[in-house]
Design a protein around this ligand. Structure first.
Ligand code: ADP
Length: 436
């Protein structure tokens, strides 16, 4: 096994996003869930890029550093020659990190004295100009990210944000738009100058995909890159030119996807609401979970789980595709959260969906469409999935993926479409299934 690019991603759906970008560029990509055990190695055989999905965005910095280093050491041992630290395109982090500390630790580990940082993802409206991050037409600090529950972003100046997360010895600077606009050679020259001045990390401006391609080319020799998923769009071509990989026309090919299918929605995001409504309006079979019964616990909860499973099996029995959802309107969600606490309610719903997933897997379900980032994590764990081969894209950031069978699911592969809450058009569920 010799992989070319090892990616350390700070969350699950972000990992899928960057893996999907690399596949679009012609690299075979595998996503591993968590720091891989030896057993996971087989899944990565033949992949050009391996993405390790961590859950390190908001953990204490020391833990994020330790996990990220463990992930990179595994990737390096598996043959990775370049490292890519992937974070969110809105630079989600706390004042304590973790983007700065993880970047510094990876630099030390890789023995490199310079890298870039750019969350730019123009296709999704994330651009960086003079070091300031924009979300659409708004500065990051004016966007909804201002009030994010875990990582409120109130400063759009990424040079300042990143410097505050780094030690004093790590000087953070800027690779400005006017340089990027002049092309890869100008980028290389500027990097040499920044390095000579003692800058260790440069926030890189990018307004268009073309800028990301220029950056990919200008930074191709750097052993470590740190970015959102946007920068990955330029890498396959550049690495091919360097002789590191050969791009493949069939990078996204999976085995023929077939077998019983279900849709599980545990997201209350606006896009998921629309998708549940769209599915119902088309007259497809759907059942809302009785979250209040689940939260009562005891016999009421057990009865609800059993009834939901029985209903889904009945639909599968007549060759239908059941949608089970906990998606609730804001007022209902707020009432449940006020009564039981958001954390406890969320965990109970995740547990129910995980139990349903196990029950459905035991009955032979092979194709899974799942809405919700945390929900996807719970389902993947319930199905004992350790690695996902990345297949064709359903919508930007969401590919079909294939997992090997397990003790829970039997020897045949499974196919999973794992969607973070706000992704996808209203017809996402049916559109995903129509591709199989
Ligand atoms: P998203 O990607 O939209 O953020 P997630 O799955 O990451 O979706 O998070 C949604 C959270 O809300 C999960 O913890 C889920 O269990 C919880 N949840 C879903 N439906 C309900 C509900 N009806 N009441 C309370 N919590 C819910």
């Amino acid at each position: 096994m010799a992989i070319t690019l090892g990616v350390v991603a700070d969350d699950f759906t972000g990992a899928t996003d960057v893996a999907s970008m690399l596949v679009r560029g012609g690299l075979g990509a595998v996503q591993l869930i968590g720091v891989p055990a030896q057993a996971a190695a087989a899944a990565a055989v033949g992949a050009d890029a391996v993405v390790v999905a961590l859950k390190s965005r908001t953990t204490p910095a020391a833990a994020a550093v330790a996990e990220s280093l463990a992930a990179w050491r595994w990737l390096k041992a598996a043959g990775a020659r370049r490292c890519y630290f992937k974070y969110c395109s809105t630079f989600d982090s706390t004042p304590a990190g973790n983007i700065g500390p993880v970047t510094e630790a990876l630099m030390r580990e890789l023995g490199c004295d310079f890298t870039i940082a750019t969350p730019a993802f123009p296709e999704n409206g994330r651009t960086v100009f003079r070091g300031h991050l924009f979300v659409g037409d708004q500065l990051l600090s004016d966007s909804g990210m201002r009030d994010h529950p875990l990582t409120p972003m109130r400063d759009s100046n990424l040079v300042r944000v990143l410097q505050a997360q780094c030690s004093e010895a790590t000087r953070v600077g800027l690779l400005r738009y006017d340089t990027v606009a002049r092309g890869a050679e100008a980028v290389r020259q500027r990097i040499a100058a920044l390095r000579a001045e003692g800058t260790r990390i440069a926030v890189a401006d990018a307004l268009h995909d073309a800028d990301l391609r220029t950056l990919a080319e200008g930074c191709a020799e750097l052993p470590l890159l740190t970015a959102g998923s946007g920068l990955a769009l330029g890498l396959p071509e550049v690495y091919e030119r360097l002789g590191l990989v050969r791009r493949r026309a069939d990078a996204a090919a999976l085995e023929t996807m077939s077998g019983p299918a279900v849709v599980l929605a545990g997201s209350c995001s606006v896009a998921t609401h629309g998708q549940v409504a769209h599915w119902r309006a088309a007259g497809r079979p759907a059942r809302a979970l009785d979250v209040r019964a689940l939260l009562q616990g005891g016999a009421a909860a057990a009865a609800e789980e059993a009834a939901a499973l029985a209903w889904a099996l009945e639909v599968l029995g007549r060759a239908g595709v059941p949608l089970l959802y906990s998606t609730a309107p804001p007022a209902e969600l707020a009432a449940v959260q006020a009564a039981h606490g958001a954390q406890a309610a969320g965990e109970r719903v995740e547990r129910a969906l995980a139990a349903l997933a196990r029950g459905l897997a035991a009955e032979g379900v092979r194709r899974w469409v799942v809405a919700g980032g945390e929900t996807s994590g719970a389902v993947v764990q319930a199905l004992s999935v350790g690695a996902l081969r990345i297949g064709p894209s359903i919508c930007p950031g969401v590919p079909w993926t294939q997992a090997a069978g397990s003790n829970e699911t039997g020897p045949r592969p499974l196919w999973l479409a794992l969607k973070s809450g706000n992704f996808g058009a209203p017809d996402f569920f049916a559109a995903a299934l129509a591709m199989t």
